[in-house]
Structure formats: C-alpha cells, structure tokens
Design a protein around this ligand. Structure first.
Ligand code: ADP
Ligand code: MG
Length: 233
C-alpha cells in the first residue's frame, strides 16, 4: 500500500493526503522503540493507515481490541507492533500466537512480522499450518520460537501432541476472525484459547463483524475496546 492509498481508504477521519494529516498520523507519536521507528521508516511506512491510527494507541497501551477494517487496510502491522512490544527477545519461548484462516494468509503474516522485527537479530517466527508435513514442523518446534503463526487445526494438533507450549504466551491474535468462523474453526479456536494463559492481551481483527465474531470476542476477551472503520458511502 502506498501512502496515498492509506489515507484514501474511506474510513471516518481519513482526510486528503495533506501534510497536516500525514503528521497527525505519524508513527512518531506512538510509544515505540527508536529501533522500531527506524524500521518503519526503512520500510517506507511514513504515516499510519486509519485502522493503525485508531487501534495502535489502545493496543500499545495493553488493551484487548476488536478491530474491524477492510482488506488491505494495514491490519497486520496493527497487531504486529503491539505483539513485538510485548515480546522479550531474550526469553526463548512462544510469547505470541497469531491464528489465521489459511496457509497463504499465515505465510503473508509471517513475512510482515519478519520485516517489522528485523531490527532485532534474534526473534524467531514459525509458521504452523495444515497441509504442510508435520515432521518438518516438529523439527522446527524442537529448535524453539518466539512467535507462532498458524491455522487453528494444526496449532491444536501440536498442542495435543505436546510439541507446542503456550505457557509463556502474552499476546494472542485472531486474524481474519470472520473467515475463520466461516471455515468452521470456532471449536478449534476455543480449544486453542483454553491452552493460553488467562493473563494475556487478545487482539481480534476482522473485515466484517457478524454475530459469531461478537460472541467469540465476548467469550475470549477482557473488556475489549472496539475500533470499527466502515466504508463511507
Ligand atoms: P490487511 O491485513 O488489512 O488486509 P495488510 O496488513 O496486509 O492489510 O497491509 C496491506 C499492505 O499495506 C501491505 O503490503 C503492507 O506492507 C502495507 N502497509 C501497511 N501499513 C502501511 C503503512 N502505514 N504505510 C505504508 N504501507 C503499509
Ligand atoms: Mg490481513
């Protein structure tokens, strides 16, 4: 997405791409480390997209969050920045889990996390999805990871084999929650959440907000803040 795209995404409050607007949405006003600010600049992330501007002040303050915005609006960075802020790179244990509906989306999320985490040498992100050989995943898990991205069924599979522990988890992300429910993952997700510590930050992202997503949020989240950016017609 280009800078122009991000400010033209039709969300309330998204004005023309004037300098004043770009400054108001500058990442510099967020409580991020200098290393993260530098990474964002290197990636050409000059101003926040509307969903990032609306959600990051809340998520970086540790709040649970329900965020709704259309595809292509920059939701991945919206959960990756708080996830990385919660992470202790010196603790080599799974501290963040991102659940995605498909392998393709999980791969995209992993790529974006690796890009945003590149200032830290040693953050390891692992993708665990169905359809990929479990043998290779077992070998990778034996080496450990800080962040796991995967599909609910395969994550549950690893939890039941005891090849994945979520005891050190502090951030749980449900990405594309509406699609995960459409694909019949509700029960798998519930079981994965059971394996997560209660004391965690939960971030839910979705392009739409049907009843199923609302009731999932009510079950799994702690006093969540809602940020909804719907299209203006
Ligand atoms: P979504 O998950 O909402 O569909 P993505 O997180 O995949 O959207 O982001 C879409 C594209 O926008 C990606 O290529 C990403 O690198 C880019 N992007 C995200 N945030 C910004 C930003 N603040 N400035 C410029 N590009 C961005
Ligand atoms: Mg996305």
């Amino acid at each position: 997405m280009t800078r122009t795209d991000s400010s033209a995404s039709g969300a309330p409050g998204a004005a023309d791409a004037t300098n004043a607007n770009a400054n108001a949405n500058a990442f510099a006003r967020l409580p991020l480390s200098p290393a993260m600010q530098a990474t964002l600049q290197q990636l050409g992330y000059l101003s926040m997209t509307p969903i990032q501007a609306a959600s990051l002040p809340l998520s970086l303050a540790g709040r649970d969050l329900i965020a709704q915005a259309k595809t292509g609006s920059g939701k991945t960075a919206s959960f990756t920045l708080p996830l990385l802020a919660n992470l202790n790179p010196r603790r080599f244990a799974v501290q963040a889990l991102v659940l995605c509906p498909t392998r393709e989306l999980a791969d995209q999320v992993t790529q974006e996390i690796r890009r945003l985490a590149r200032a830290e040498d040693n953050i390891k992100t692992l993708t665990l999805c169905g359809g990929a050989p479990i043998r290779n995943q077992l070998a990778s898990l034996a080496h450990g990871a800080h962040i796991v991205v995967g599909t609910p069924g395969r994550i549950l599979d690893h939890l039941s084999r005891d090849t994945l522990s979520l005891e050190a988890l502090n951030t749980l992300v449900l990405d594309e929650a509406d699609r995960m429910l459409d694909m019949g993952f509700a029960e798998d997700i519930a079981q994965v959440v059971q394996a997560c510590p209660r004391n965690r930050q939960t971030l839910l992202f979705s392009a739409t907000y049907p009843d199923g997503v609302a009731s999932m949020a009510a079950r799994f989240m702690r006093d969540p803040q809602e940020v909804k950016l719907t299209e203006r017609h």
